[in-house]
Design a protein around this ligand. Structure first.
Ligand SMILES: *[C@@H]1O[C@H](CO)[C@@H](O)[C@H](O)[C@H]1NC(C)=O
Ligand SMILES: *[C@@H]1O[C@H](CO)[C@@H](O)[C@H](O)[C@H]1NC(C)=O
Length: 783
């Protein structure tokens, strides 16, 4: 989102005046709410009656509104309706990794001037720990409510999480996402949404009531911002039904079906010629129909305007508005709908029922948030106040997420962890050593505190020297001579390099994967001059090609720390000095610079050997990587074994057969395939089996370790691919400790593949379960 063009944003005020509407006088420092019991009029309003079902209340409310009042609701700044005691509502707030001021709904002026700033999502994803993701969602939901109760929020609709697949390493917003794997992105979405909205970790306890409203964005196939003249505002993503089915859509499906998200955002781009916000098949048939979505759908900011102004898909502004409303979109970020809906109605391009439908969706979410129940102070969540923001618990959680996400990429000759007693002097170099804001990533808000790496390392080493070397990640020039001199004079050099928001961010994709500017020269010169091998810490969201130091003995260790949030410096220092054993694993493949010959605009996931197109992500990419998906070292070591599959101990090297009755029917040969849609849920249920994986910490250091279970097809399907994540779990193990982890494999979901037409197909035949270097063969006889 949400690059708002200023001329559109503020038009709304003019419209308010035109329509004779005004927001009710703001109660200073109080949360805005409708159905104030102290106002006798509210007793006669059906929409205020809490005993009625929400559909009835919404119906009553919509029936009371005039047309101008209705239209005034269709923008992110929804007007108040004073005569009915309904306050204004701001749909646009952001909370990707903490309460943010990037939207319009939350103010950091007042009792609350800061919020807990968790690591940028890509680093949190590297923990592969859904419970941690859930707890972060919970903490953010609590802090957002506290802002609301303190009168510093004009809405409780958060436009998070961003679950587009990190398809191309150059994407400026990849940092906001949980990475390149659809299963991981889906699990992230479910955990975060449940936490934020106030559901339980396992789901099913929501009963309609929302602590805050989450929004799955950006539906769909949106992962190009601005690259070599291509802009998200006009980009037509050509996506096959097959890729849509097994890459682009699954996170959104999970976000809605399992996460029960109450919001969806449609994206800027077109998919196969149709703007997503004007796509009835996508918004109404798929999201509301197949997935059972029952919340509101917003456009990305100005995405309705783009239907006409950029895409020329519609012939006029009212037609663009009609296209979006009739496709099933409910509210527009921007003022375009408030501006042109009346004309669309007058021209007969929509009927009032289209507007009423949007209003029902919008008001039902506001009612589920409890904002039509009178003073929320006396209701659920009413007790959350300023003392619930920046609590020690939340700040510890931000530190825990940063620690657990950090990925150790190289550790030659056990250079790390550093010994506190042996490092008397340290040189801290690089443009990312001491910039608090750069540690946060995009969509951040003012953090409770900010511990930079420089600050944190000062408490570990008595003699610290700081030399940025270059002023920002762009590093157009570097103080190499000075850096070389310092490097030779200290016990240890740590370089904090990587990227920042001037290199990768919203509306800014990269064209290269190498470190920008003079960074490489600075690193290699310093490394050559240093007394011992140096440590390279990379702060960046997207991957960088650091092949040049992978085997260089003068660079002993490499750490990736994403954008680690407010506690990032502490987490990094703890890892460097062994107060924390790193266990993060890369949620995205790190490609070499040569990958940049692939046009970013090519949406195909699968390789095309005929043209040399290498495909994308660990599931399909056929080329070399700098570091693979799931990569990450530890100060300890772990071993795996398959303890039991399908509920029985394994006879040593024999495949486990799964599925019933097939042997007799002789249906086990490769090539048998069924359409999963034709299978009953009982037969899918019957195929489920459990796999118990034993994991042992074989080293001398306790640590948290994520176990990733993959499945590989013995015979890759036509078009490539074959390895796919099935599940993962994170476990803490002391030195020498072991654990048995049970994974439930659902073949209909985990072993199926998408056919060309997007249907799910389950093949009979041989597969392997894979964890680390261990493989366990299974044979599937599904029918
Ligand atoms: C709405 O229309 C007016 C002209 O009637 C125009 O000046 C304004 O820019 C428009 N705003 C949007 C968001 O389309
Ligand atoms: C894991 O399962 C194996 C086989 O049943 C058993 O021998 C072992 O003790 C179990 N380990 C733990 C930690 O429960």
């Amino acid at each position: 989102m949400e690059g708002f063009s200023a001329h559109r944003v503020f038009f709304f005020l003019a419209l308010l005046t035109m329509a004779g509407l005004a927001a009710p006088p703001a109660r200073a420092g109080a949360a805005p709410y409708a159905c104030d019991a102290s106002d006798p009029a509210t007793r006669s309003y059906g929409f205020c009656r809490r005993t009625l079902p929400i559909e009835k209340r919404v119906e009553d409310l919509v029936s009371r509104l005039t047309l101008p009042e209705k239209i005034s609701q269709l923008g992110n700044a929804a007007a108040g309706v004073t005569r009915l005691g309904i306050p204004a509502f701001q749909w646009w707030s952001e909370s990707l990794h903490g309460v943010s001021n990037a939207g319009r709904g939350i103010r950091f002026e007042g009792a609350l001037t800061a919020a807990t700033s968790f690591p940028q999502v890509i680093l949190t994803a590297a923990t592969f720990n859904p419970l941690l993701w859930y707890r972060i969602g919970q903490a953010v939901g609590t802090e957002v409510r506290a802002f609301y109760n303190a009168g510093q929020a004009e809405g409780l609709a958060l436009w998070s999480p961003n679950i587009n697949i990190f398809r191309d390493p150059r994407w400026g917003r990849g940092q906001e996402t949980p990475g390149e794997d659809p299963l991981t992105a889906g699990k992230y979405a479910v955990a975060y949404v449940r936490g934020l909205q106030g559901d339980s970790f396992h789901g099913g306890s929501l009963r309609g009531e929302l602590k805050a409203s989450a929004c799955c964005k950006h539906l769909t196939a949106y992962d190009l911002d601005h690259w070599k003249g291509f802009s998200r505002l006009s980009f037509d993503a050509k996506v096959s039904a097959q890729d849509l089915a097994d890459t682009y859509q699954p996170p959104f499906r999970s976000c809605v079906m399992e996460g029960q998200a109450s919001g969806i955002m449609c994206s800027y781009n077109l998919v196969n010629g149709v703007p997503t916000c004007a796509d009835y098949d996508l918004l109404t048939r798929t999201a509301r129909g197949s997935w059972g979505f029952n919340g509101y759908i917003t456009s990305d900011c100005d995405a309705v305007a783009a239907i006409y102004e950029n895409h020329r898909y519609a012939g006029s502004p009212p037609e663009a508005v009609a296209d979006a409303l009739r496709a099933g979109m409910d509210v527009n970020c921007g003022a375009y709908m408030q501006n042109y809906t009346e004309e669309a109605l007058r021209l007969g391009k929509i009927v009032e029922g289209d507007i009423n439908r949007a209003l029902r969706n919008l008001f039902s979410v506001r009612m589920r948030l409890g904002l039509f129940n009178g003073n929320p102070k006396s209701l659920a969540f009413g007790n959350l106040g300023p003392s619930q923001v920046c609590t020690q618990e939340h700040q510890d959680l931000a530190l825990e997420a940063a620690r657990d996400g950090i990925v150790l990429l190289k550790n030659a000759d056990h250079l790390l962890p550093l010994s506190k007693s042996k490092v008397a002097s340290i040189a801290i170099m690089g443009p990312n050593s001491n910039n608090a804001w750069r540690m946060l990533g995009d969509y951040a808000g003012p953090p409770c505190t900010s511990i930079t790496p420089l600050l944190a390392l000062k408490s570990y080493v008595s003699e610290t020297h700081y030399l940025p070397g270059c002023e920002s990640a762009a590093c157009p020039s570097a103080a190499i001579d000075e850096a070389v001199k310092l490097a030779g004079a200290v016990d240890q050099v740590v370089l904090f390099m990587g990227l920042d928001q001037e290199q990768e961010s919203e509306d800014l994709d990269r064209v290269d994967l190498v470190l920008p500017g003079m960074q490489r020269s600075l690193i290699t010169s310093v490394a050559k001059a240093a007394r011992r091998p140096v440590i390279l810490v990379l702060l960046c969201g997207g991957p960088v090609d650091v092949s040049f130091v992978k085997t260089d003995p003068t660079v002993g260790a490499i750490i990736w720390a994403g954008y680690p949030g407010q506690a990032g410096g502490t987490a990094i220092a703890e890892v460097l000095f062994g107060d924390h054993n790193p266990g993060g694993r890369l949620p995205v493949s790190w490609y070499p610079q040569e990958f940049t010959v692939v046009p970013m605009t090519d949406m195909r996931m699968r390789p095309d050997p005929a043209t040399g197109y290498p495909g994308r992500t660990y599931r399909f990419y056929t080329g070399e990587v700098v570091f693979p998906f799931g990569y990450g070292l530890s100060y300890s070591s772990y071993s795996y074994r398959f303890v039991a599959v399908a509920d029985r101990l394994l006879p040593s090297d024999e495949a486990t057969a799964v599925g019933g009755g097939a042997e007799e029917e002789g249906a086990s040969s490769d090539g048998d395939a069924v359409d999963v849609a034709d299978m009953s849920s009982e037969s899918c249920e019957r195929l489920k089996f459990s796999a118990v994986v034993g994991v042992r910490n074989t080293g001398e250091t306790a640590g948290r370790h994520s176990v990733l279970l993959f499945v590989r097809r013995s015979k890759p399907p036509a078009g490539g691919g074959g390895k796919q994540l099935v599940d993962f779990t994170s476990v803490r193990l002391s030195a020498g400790e072991d654990a048995n982890l049970t994974f439930v494999v659902n073949p209909c979901e985990h072993l199926s593949r998408a056919a060309l037409d997007g249907s799910k197909v389950l093949d009979g035949g041989s597969y392997s379960l894979v964890v680390g270097d261990e493989e366990h063969p299974i044979k599937l006889h599904p029918w």
